[in-house]
Every structure is written in C-alpha cells, then in structure tokens.
Design a protein around this ligand. Structure first.
Ligand code: NAI
Ligand code: OAA
Length: 321
C-alpha cells in the first residue's frame, strides 16, 4: 500500500499554521503540527481538518505537544521560536540577529527531538536568524548537508518580484530573477540577472527605481513588522510550502535557498542563500552562476554578516555538541 507523504511542522504559530493551511490546500501530504503551547497545535489541526470536506483534501492532520506522532516524517519544517516584535511605545524593533541566543536553544532542542525520530527527513529551517539557525539544525541533527535547508531566498525573491511587477504593471508570472546571500539587510538581489519575459530589467526600469526596489526588498521583513507590530506570515508560509512541494513531489525546482556551501561561490562551511535544485533528496545540486565584481562584493558583505553571527554559536565546523 502506498503511503502519503508525511510533513511535520514545528511551531504552530503564524508561519507554521499558515504553512499547514497551504500545504493541505495543495494536498502535499499528511500533516503533524507541533507546538509547546497546550491545545494550540491540536486546535489548529482540528480546525484545518474540519475545512477538508469544504476544500476537498483527504489528509490526516494532527496537532500535538510531543514528538512521537512526528516519527518517519519525510519533510520537517521548523518555525519554532521567537519572532521580532515592534515596541508599542517607541515603535522600534530589533534585528533578526538579536534573536540568536533565544532561538538557538529552541531550534537546537526541537532538532534533536526530530532527528532521533525521523532520521531520513529533509529539514527546512524557517526560524530566525535564518542562516545561523541552519547551522544549529545541521550541527544538532548530524544530517548530511543536502538534508538541511533554509527558507529565505524564496521569500526575499517573492518580495523583489512583487515590487517589480507593481512598478512595471506586469504579471508577477513574467518576472524572473533571484535574491541570494544571507537573510538580513545585506541580502543580494541580482538586477543584472533579472528579466521580464526574457527582456533585461535594466532596459525596462531606470537605475534609481531599481535601486529603490532593492532597498525595499532588503527591508521587506521590517516593513511588515512596522505595519503589523510582528512579522509577516502569508508570504513566508507560501515560500516554505513551495520548497516542501518541490521536495515531496520531486519537482527539482531551482529555488534560492540557504545551503551549506562546500567551496561553491568561494565559501566553505557557511550556510548562505544560493540557487538550489530541490528534489526528494533535499538540495540535489547547487547551481553556481557567474556573478559580476559588484555582485561578488555584495555577497562577500552578506557572507561576512552571517559568519559573524555563526561565530557566536557553540559549534565547531558542523559538529554536534
Ligand atoms: N526565514 C524567514 O524568511 C522567516 C522567518 N521567520 C521566523 O520564523 C519564526 C516563527 O515566526 P512566527 O510563526 O511569526 O512566530 P509565532 O510566535 O507566531 O510562532 C512561533 C511558535 O513557536 C512556538 N514555540 C516556541 N518554542 C517552542 C518549542 N521549544 N517547541 C515547539 N514550539 C515552540 C510558539 O509557541 C509559537 O506558537 C520566528 O523566528 C520568525 O522570525 C518569520 C518569517 C519569515
Ligand atoms: O522580518 C522578520 O522578522 C521575519 C522575516 O524574516 C521576514 O519576514 O523576512
């Protein structure tokens, strides 16, 4: 008897629950929602399951505060942790990097629970600061680098494409491009590799407008925090589900994801956003594209920002503690 894909999502908060919603709508597999909050994963899973007769999905959707139900998952998405929030008095909000100390403990503990029960799963990290949390997941799981992947580039690229489609008044479907680098203010949108139905972006939009969109993309997460008071979740969850879909359906989509580099782009032992082919085995290939000197310089700034944060973690090179 064939078995449906099993997808576990840890963290049944804004991003996790929304990802469960879209994964169910796309019939990607049975879903286990896990959270420490009593009743929350159970309640959200039941609510989502009760939508199935209306939406037409036949899936097992369960919520739990433990890990036994997660055993033998094919894909595990980790969104557990603390998001950034806006101070209601000052209106200021912290950087993603300031979450490193609190979230590394949460993500480390969750990863150990998951890895012991689903030793063959592909792990997708969502918790921030993203690239550093990928290092935590890799070290704590002991999984091969192909099966630990970070979600950021798909989201950053989606924001970039949306802003371009708005400025050009064309369909989002016809914007092609990518954002590489770490998931922070130094991320690297690539206008020289961006096209509109094959027409170079630089022929269609003046440089000052492109620069403004690059800046808005870099601050895209903060723009939402400024409006909502907490971070976004529709676009982050959609981006996560695009990765899950490519893996469970073995679609081999080329998506910008945080992957552990082993010399590609001149970096070693560092998770950073690069174009990846995602299939059943996780990162099946990292595609090395030719970058200009300016783009290489921006990637170096972004890689250095990730390196500084990773240096704060209690790990040697990829070794579990
Ligand atoms: N990589 C990216 O592009 C993005 C990353 N994020 C990050 O994702 C994380 C989650 O964001 P939201 O869903 O908005 O936050 P949220 O606060 O709505 O949900 C987080 C959930 O994690 C749970 N949790 C905390 N500790 C746990 C533990 N030890 N075990 C299991 N569950 C635990 C909480 O109870 C909560 O329900 C944050 O770190 C946020 O910064 C958010 C958006 C985009
Ligand atoms: O900005 C945040 O804190 C959440 C996030 O990573 C994003 O939305 O890009």
């Amino acid at each position: 008897m064939s078995r449906r894909n099993k997808i576990t999502i840890v963290g049944a908060g804004n991003v996790g629950a929304t990802a469960a919603h879209w994964a169910a709508q796309k019939h990607l597999g049975d879903i286990v929602l896990v959270d420490i909050a009593q009743g929350v994963p159970q309640g959200k899973a039941l609510d989502l399951a009760e939508a199935s007769p209306v939406m037409g999905f036949d899936l097992k959707i369960v919520g739990t505060n433990g890990y036994d139900e997660t055993a033998d998952s094919d894909v595990v998405v980790i969104t557990a942790g603390v998001p950034r929030k806006k101070d209601p008095v000052t209106g200021k909000f912290t950087s993603r990097d300031e979450l490193v100390e609190i979230n590394r403990k949460i993500v480390g503990g969750v990863t150990r629970e998951i890895a012991s029960r689903s030793p063959n799963a592909v792990l997708i990290c969502v918790s921030n600061p993203l690239d550093a949390m990928c290092h935590v997941m890799h070290a704590e799981s002991g999984f091969p680098k192909e099966r630990v992947i970070g979600m950021a580039g798909v989201l950053d690229t989606a924001r970039y494409k949306y802003f371009l489609s708005e400025a050009l008044n064309v369909s989002v479907d016809d914007i092609h491009g990518m954002v590489l680098g770490g998931h922070g203010d130094t991320m690297v949108p690539l206008p020289s590799h961006t096209s509109v139905a094959g027409i170079p972006l630089t022929e269609l939009l003046p440089q000052d407008k492109i620069d403004a969109i690059i800046q808005r993309t870099r601050g895209g997460g903060g723009e939402i925090v400024g409006l909502l008071g907490y971070s976004g979740y529709y676009a982050p969850a959609a981006a996560t589900v695009a990765m899950v879909e490519s893996i469970v359906r073995d679609r081999k989509r080329v998506l910008p994801c945080a992957a552990l580099l082993g010399g590609e782009y001149g970096y070693k032992d560092l998770f950073i956003g690069v174009p990846c082919v995602l299939g059943k085995g996780g990162v099946e290939k990292i595609i090395e594209m030719k970058l200009g000197d300016k783009e290489k310089g921006m990637l170096e700034v972004s890689a250095n920002a990730v390196r500084e944060l990773v240096a704060l973690l209690p790990y040697g090179k990829g070794q579990a503690t």
